[in-house]
Design a protein around this ligand. Structure first.
Ligand code: GDP
Length: 428
């Protein structure tokens, strides 16, 4: 059976922790989209890790970890990350890279940086890992698949020339840089070929066979629903699909095999996006600073960028929508422990758009006009960190979970009470 673990909102919901926990009963964990711009924080017996590209099953020896065809593979970061987990005492993980995965080229990163600089104040807050140029090339059919690296030199050179015909116009005319050199690109591709050779596999057939054999497969998403280019807050989105539905494509799994979609959401809102992005329930000033300081493991700062995350009250409108488009069968609510300091907790239960109250998440063009409608609940005013039995949570905390569940219209089955693996309660 296939399960997907995906984010309900803007990302950073704690998917890494939940995947690490659920990986225990799994055979295979697959990353199906995104690239090394992700940052999944995991704290376990080996220490604290921010995994950027590796699937969160790498800490368990019984698991096969797959970089699926939907991922933007940065070979340099992949190798660095494998080395860094092994250096920190994790036994060498079982890792495979799909032969249909495409590689992020050095020029993708350069183009990402040059475009952000060109946009200046209007930039999208890219992590400059080359993700947008990478996916643009994939859909423009000028990307390099891992399997292409094993082609003969003439064919590869022909493809390089085709790519450079386009890229060098951008390099010289738009960004006023030196043109790219075809030999250097070829050398780079050969470097990637050699480095990836031990990992490359036909993961498409492997995964379909695994499903037939009844193995448990976890599809691990990056970011969340609102960052999906189609159903999110375009253009403040990422460049790959963040939805469980895309998991079947990005991991190469049969769509009918996904039986469980675990949507992860924080007990408050956080977003690492740029300040120009709409964020209806944002908390600013001292209140926001305090929540940011207390949030997550050591404050709400991006695992990849270190950027302070914007924070706010729980947004039930956005989360209901996020769970709906993911097709959530269950919800994992993380960071409930963070709210223990508050006398009262607000929840955004509706949006006021031009005087009309709605609980349905609007299209991006209307989102800027949305004003939050809040309901206020009492806080529980105590430390619940590490509680592992749902019944032992204070009544006010359980009421808060019930309230959220009613508004997001999806069953909350897991409540996380701390960043560590064991700090978790199962509700139903
Ligand atoms: P991901 O990208 O969805 O995996 O999320 P991140 O790792 O970027 O952000 C989640 C942050 O919250 C990390 O710092 C986690 O260690 C932390 N975290 C996860 N679950 C909990 C929890 O239940 N309580 C607290 N306090 N922190 C948590």
């Amino acid at each position: 059976m296939v399960k997907a673990i995906v984010g309900a909102c803007w990302g950073d919901e704690g998917k890494g922790k939940i995947t690490d926990v659920l990986a225990e009963d799994s055979d295979i964990v697959v990353r199906f989209q995104g690239g090394s711009n992700a940052g999944h924080t995991i704290i376990n017996e080996y220490g604290k890790f921010a995994l950027h590209q590796l699937p969160s099953g790498v800490f368990r020896q019984n698991i096969t970890n797959i970089i699926g065809n939907g991922v933007a593979l940065s070979v340099e970061n992949f190798l660095k990350e494998v080395q860094s987990v092994v250096e920190r005492g994790v036994p060498t993980p079982k890792l495979l890279v799909s032969d249909r995965c495409q590689v992020v080229m050095p020029y993708h990163k350069e183009l990402d940086g040059m475009e952000e600089a060109r946009l200046a104040a209007k930039s999208f807050g890219s992590t400059k890992s080359g993700i947008a140029p990478f996916y643009s090339d994939k859909y423009a059919k000028i990307g390099f698949q891992v399997s292409d690296l094993f082609d003969d030199k003439d064919s590869i050179m022909e493809r390089i020339d085709h790519v450079l015909g386009l890229k060098n116009v951008l390099y010289t005319e738009l960004y006023h840089q030196k043109p790219l050199d075809r030999e250097e690109i070829y050398e780079k591709l050969m470097e990637y070929k050699e480095a990836l050779a031990p990992y490359v596999a036909d993961t498409t057939t492997l995964l379909h066979n695994a499903v037939k054999e009844g193995k448990t497969v976890l599809l691990e998403g990056q970011l969340g629903s609102l960052k999906d280019p189609d159903l999110g807050i375009f253009p403040m989105t990422t460049s790959s699909h963040t939805l469980a539905g895309f998991g079947c494509v990005g991991a190469a799994a049969p769509p009918t095999a996904i039986e469980d979609v675990i949507c992860v959401t924080k007990a408050y809102s956080s977003s690492v996006g740029s300040n120009t992005e709409p964020f209806v329930s944002e908390l600013l000033g001292a209140e926001g600073d305090e929540l940011r300081r207390r949030g997550g493991d050591k404050g709400e700062f991006g695992a990849t960028t270190g950027r302070p995350r914007r924070v706010g009250w729980f947004d039930a409108v956005a989360t209901k929508y996020g769970c709906m488009v993911q097709g959530a069968t269950q919800v994992a609510l993380t960071c409930l422990d963070v709210l223990g300091y508050l006398d009262e907790i607000k929840v955004c239960t509706g949006y006021d758009i031009g005087g009309k109250i709605t609980t349905d998440f609007p299209v991006p063009a209307l989102l800027d006009q949305a004003k939050p409608v809040y309901e206020t609940l009492p806080g529980w005013k105590c430390d619940i960190r590490g509680i592992t039995e749902y019944g032992k949570l204070p009544q006010a905390a359980r009421d808060y979970v019930d309230f959220i569940e009613k508004h997001i219209e999806a069953p909350i089955t897991i409540v996380s009470t701390g960043p560590k693996r064991h700090e978790i309660c199962y509700r139903k």
